[in-house]
Write a protein that binds this ligand. Structure first.
Ligand code: F6P
Length: 544
């Protein structure tokens, strides 16, 4: 069953929210007038505490946001999502990455066929392969044990696995992961130049097996490999993950080294599938399973919790409030752990490729904002980079602060300092610093009245800047799986409400076609007037 096609602007709740958005929301007053605000505006789910009380939302707004979810038919949309209905209508596909982490048969079906058994058999193949590599039973072409794995892929076939292995480096096995994604030949050479072909495993990940970047990189790396090995050795050191089995075989990879993907799993949501092979190899199969378990825990929460207690639903609706009613254009993801330094770029693809759409599900141009710009960097580094703008700039930038109660290496002193910054920043963003406070502070520093008057306007912080604090017990495969699934479902909810198709990416497909034509011009044609005059001149200059 397809999703409905009603524009959200027609909903009563939308109109009410428009009116409510005219009011001023002052966080300090909201806390003063409601001593239970934290309890009412936070959700505790096992090792996750999500505090959304420091957002520009009062009870009335919150209730209307919940009504918006109901009017958007979110309940039935969630069922369709988990059941395997073809909600990716423009590609005629189901959206069933949740089926990849379901430990029990949840009866999700595609075209009337249960997916569970097939998923389990591929998962067994992934784990078995990872175990073989890690135990040293699977050898390279010269009989050596593998020491390195190179993931060759781009977009969803790169960002997810890369973010996960980086985030979980603490749990790493003896196999060191590397990632080649950009078609930039320098990137390829920098990655492989110190690698030993005799001990390196190559995993080519491409759902379509037609992506120019991935195939170019795979060919370059195979040529490099063949400088020391024979074509027959490829089968020992190269494996592939794809839905396009015949194209993989044409590349020279034998059947038993091909791990299937499914067309009902979007590239940007595929890290749970065989696209996560490099995760399983470099972190070990038990950690890969724990990652799936954590994601499933969030799936169960998302399916069952009432909307007002449902973490992804609440985060999605608060995001819609900022985006559609308070004029925010972006949201920042600030993890207080260096391990999550790639989370924002992973979420950029997950969110912006999904919800960066301007045509609704009825095929009409939308007359409201859709996907937000997602960006961010770990704290405390980002405090010394862009926090100035969040504190004193002109833009409204809601931030997710992600922190952990315990560090991994047990260095409590460092962790307390790190987390003191985590707590202090959200408090400061909310409280700001009034004229009186600045005045007093400068007076105490011994400044004259004249000096104080000159400096004062620059040192005032308006405050009232919204943040959501996500406080998790510890960073481990399970909690990371849960965190990633939380954002996946947030993206889903927003797409449902915005009445857009979140699971296609026609805008990216255009880029793929354009580059192919321009390459032909670069390699085979004289540049005359095939392009606009700017592009013609740039191409001539490039070729000169
Ligand atoms: O970026 C566009 C896209 O189609 C993504 O959705 C996908 O993750 C990426 O290209 C790579 O595609 P493939 O896995 O087919 O090589």
């Amino acid at each position: 069953m397809p999703l409905n096609t009603t524009s959200p602007v027609n909903f009563k709740s939308w109109k009410t929210l428009e009116k409510l958005s005219q009011a001023n929301f002052d966080l300090k007053s909201l806390f003063e007038s409601n001593t239970n605000r934290f309890e009412e505006f936070s959700i505790h789910d096992n090792e996750f505490l999500v505090d959304f009380s420091k957002n520009l939302v009062d009870k009335e707004v919150f209730n209307q946001l919940m009504k918006l979810a109901e009017e958007s038919d979110l309940k039935s949309a969630i069922q369709k999502y988990f059941n395997g209905d073809k909600i990716n209508q423009t590609e005629g596909r189901a959206v069933l990455h949740t089926g990849l982490r379901s430990a029990k048969n949840n009866s999700a079906q595609v075209d009337g066929v249960d997916v569970y058994e097939d998923v389990q058999s591929v998962l067994a193949k992934i784990k078995n392969f990872a175990n073989q590599v890690n135990s040293g039973n699977r050898k390279s072409y010269t009989g050596k044990t593998f020491t390195d794995v190179v993931n060759i892929g781009i977009g969803g076939s790169d960002l997810g696995p890369q973010m996960i292995v980086d985030a979980l480096a603490y749990y790493k096995t003896d196999i060191t992961p590397h990632f080649v994604s950009n078609v930039d030949g320098d990137h390829v050479m920098e990655t492989i130049k110190h690698l030993n072909p005799e001990t390196t495993l190559f995993v080519i990940v491409s759902k379509s097996f037609s992506t120019q970047e991935t195939l170019t990189n795979a060919n370059t790396i195979r040529d490099w490999f063949l400088k020391t090995a024979n074509p027959d050795d490829v089968k020992h050191n190269f494996v592939a993950v794809s839905t396009n089995i015949s194209a993989v075989e044409d590349f020279g990879i034998v059947k038993e080294n091909i791990f299937p993907m499914y067309d009902w799993v979007g590239g940007r949501f595929s890290l749970w599938s065989a696209a996560g092979l490099s995760i399983a190899v470099s972190l070990g199969s038990e950690h890969f399973q724990a990652l799936l378990d954590g994601a499933e825990e969030m799936d169960v929460h998302f399916k069952n919790a009432t909307f007002d207690q449902n973490i992804p639903v609440v985060l999605a609706l608060i995001g819609i409030w900022y985006n559609n009613f308070l004029g925010a254009e972006s949201e920042a993801i600030i993890p207080y752990t260096q391990y999550l330094q790639k989370l924002a770029s992973y979420l950029q693809q997950a969110s912006m490729e999904s919800n960066g759409k301007s045509v609704d599900r009825a095929g009409d141009k939308v007359n409201y904002q859709t996907g937000t710009i997602v960006w961010g960097e770990p704290g405390t580094n980002s405090q010394h980079a862009f926090f100035q703008m969040i504190h004193q700039g002109t833009k409204l930038i809601p931030c997710d602060f992600i922190g952990f109660k315990a560090p991994l290496y047990g260095n409590k002193n460092h962790h307390d300092i790190l987390m003191a910054n985590y707590f202090a920043q959200t408090e400061a963003l909310m409280q700001g610093k009034t004229k009186d406070e600045v005045h007093k502070e400068l007076e105490e520093q011994g400044l004259s009245t004249e000096e104080i008057q000159k400096l004062l306007p620059f040192k005032v912080f308006e405050g009232n800047k919204p943040t959501t604090s996500i406080l998790i017990d510890q960073l481990n495969p399970k909690s990371l799986g849960k965190l990633v699934a939380m954002y996946e479902h947030k993206i889903f909810v927003q797409g449902v409400v915005w009445n857009i198709f979140s699971y296609d990416q026609w805008g990216v497909e255009l880029g793929k076609q354009l580059a192919k034509n321009t390459l032909k011009d670069i390699q085979f044609s004289k540049i005359e007037n095939q392009h606009d005059s700017s592009t013609n001149e740039l191409l001539k200059h490039y070729k000169s």
